[in-house]
Design a binder for this molecule. Structure first.
Ligand code: HEM
Length: 354
C-alpha cells in the first residue's frame, strides 16, 4: 500500500468519525423530528408530540409580529384566578358553555315566568280616575328619539347576543346548519355595528334624563310601598320619575351600560395589545352583565307596555293625560301645573290623539 493511499484512507475515516459524532449530538428538536417521522410510519396520523409542543405555550417562530402571535395555544394557566389543568382557552370555553349559559339562561327564563305569572295574577297597574281629556307634555321629540334609539339598539344587541350564546343549543337543532350559519353571521355583524349606536344613545340618554333621576327623600316612601303600587295600584306620589325608574336608570342605564360597553369594546377591538387572557376575562364580565341587563330589562319593558296603563303612549306620543300624571307622578304634575297651563289637545300631531 503506498503512502498516498494510506493518508487518503486516514482522512476519510476522520471525516466519517466527525460526521457520525455530529449525528450523535443532534439537537432535541432534531430528535423529535426524527421520532415523529418514524412514528408516522408505524402510527400514521398520530401528531400527539406536535400538539404537546403546541400546548406547552412555548413561543415559536412566526412571521407576523405582535402580542402572543408566536404562541398558538395558551398553556394551562390561571383562569378567573384559579389554577386550571386544561389550556386557558379551553377553561374559558367550558365556563362559557357551562355556568354562564346555564345560570344566565335560567335567570332570564325565571324573570320572564315571574313577570308573566304576576300579570296573570294581578293584572296591569291601573289609573283610578277617568281620563280628563286634557293632555300634558311629558317627553320632548328629542327625548323620545334618544329613548327609542337606545331601546331599539339594546334589543338588537340583546337578541343578537342571545343568538350567539344560546343558538347552538336552542336554534341549531330546530333550523339546521345552513340557516343557523347565516343567522349567527348576521347576528355577529349586527352586534358589532349596532354597538357604537347603543353607546352614543346611552350617553345621550344619561345627559338628557340625569337631572330628573337624582334621588329625593320621598323616593324612600315609594320603595317602601313598591309592592302595593304594583299589586294594588296604590297611589304613592313621586317626581317626574318614581324610585323604581330611578333604580333602573342608575343601576342599569348608567351602571350596566358602562360595564357592557367597556368590556364589549375590549372584545370588539383586539388590536390594542390586550392579551387573550384579558379578552377572556372581558368576555365573562360582558356576558354576565349583559344577561343581568336583559333579565331586568324585561321588567322595564313589561311596565312600559302592558304592565302599566298609559306608559307606552307616554313615550310614543310624548303626552299623558292629566289624570295619569296626577296618579303616577304627582309632584311632577303639581310642579308642571304651577308653571304652565295644560297643553291643548290640538298641540298633538295628527293621529296621536288617543
Ligand atoms: C355597548 C356596546 C357593546 C359592545 C361593543 C359589544 C360587543 C360584543 C362583542 C365583541 C362580543 C363577542 C362576540 C363574539 O363572541 O364574537 C359580545 C358578546 C355578547 N354581547 Fe355584546 N356588546 C355590546 C353591548 C351588548 C348589550 C347591550 C348586550 C345585551 C343587551 C350584549 C350582549 C352580549 C352577549 C349575550 C354576548 C355573548 C355572545 C357569545 O359569546 O356567545 N352586548 N358583545
Amino acid at each position: 500500500m503506498n503512502l498516498r493511499l494510506l493518508i487518503g484512507m486516514g482522512i476519510g475515516v476522520a471525516v466519517g468519525l466527525l460526521f457520525s459524532a455530529a449525528g450523535w449530538t443532534q439537537s432535541p428538536e432534531q430528535d423529535e423530528v426524527r421520532a415523529q417521522q418514524e412514528r408516522q410510519v408505524t402510527q400514521p396520523g398520530n401528531n400527539a408530540p406536535v400538539w404537546r409542543d403546541v400546548q406547552s405555550g412555548e413561543p415559536n417562530y412566526t412571521s407576523i409580529q405582535g402580542r402572543e402571535t408566536d404562541v398558538l395555544i395558551q398553556p394551562p394557566a390561571r383562569f378567573l384566578g384559579q389554577e386550571v389543568k386544561v389550556t386557558a382557552g379551553e377553561a374559558w370555553r367550558q365556563f362559557r358553555n357551562g355556568p354562564v349559559t346555564f345560570y344566565g339562561g335560567g335567570l332570564i327564563v325565571l324573570i320572564a315566568l315571574a313577570i308573566f305569572g304576576f300579570y296573570l295574577w294581578k293584572g296591569p297597574v291601573k289609573v283610578h280616575e277617568r281620563p280628563t281629556g286634557r293632555l300634558i307634555p311629558r317627553f320632548s321629540r328629542f327625548e323620545q328619539a334618544v329613548h327609542w334609539s337606545t331601546a331599539i339598539s339594546f334589543c338588537l344587541l340583546g337578541l343578537s347576543g342571545l343568538v350567539m350564546l344560546f343558538g347552538k343549543n336552542l336554534l341549531l337543532p330546530v333550523i339546521g346548519y345552513t340557516l343557523f350559519a347565516w343567522l349567527t353571521l348576521i347576528a355577529k355583524n349586527l352586534h358589532n355595528f349596532i354597538a357604537p349606536l347603543f353607546i352614543v344613545s346611552v350617553l345621550a340618554m344619561i345627559a338628557v334624563f340625569i337631572r330628573d333621576n337624582f334621588p329625593r327623600l320621598y323616593d324612600l316612601q315609594w320603595f317602601a310601598r313598591a309592592w302595593a303600587v304594583m299589586a294594588r295600584s296604590e297611589h304613592v306620589p313621586s317626581g317626574r320619575f318614581n324610585a323604581g325608574e330611578k333604580g333602573w336608570f342608575w343601576f342599569a342605564v348608567v351602571g350596566l351600560s358602562i360595564v357592557v360597553a367597556w368590556s364589549g369594546l375590549v372584545l370588539l377591538f383586539p388590536n390594542f395589545d390586550q392579551t387573550r387572557a384579558v379578552m377572556q376575562d372581558a368576555w365573562v364580565v360582558h356576558a354576565t352583565a349583559a344577561l343581568v341587563y336583559i333579565a331586568i330589562s324585561l321588567g322595564h319593558i313589561y311596565l312600559g307596555t302592558i304592565g302599566l296603563e298609559g306608559a307606552y303612549g307616554a313615550m310614543r306620543t310624548g303626552y299623558v293625560d292629566e289624570a295619569w300624571a296626577k296618579e303616577h307622578h304627582e309632584y311632577w304634575y303639581k310642579e308642571f301645573k304651577s308653571r304652565k297651563t295644560a297643553a291643548p289637545r290640538s298641540a298633538l300631531p295628527a293621529g296621536e290623539k288617543s
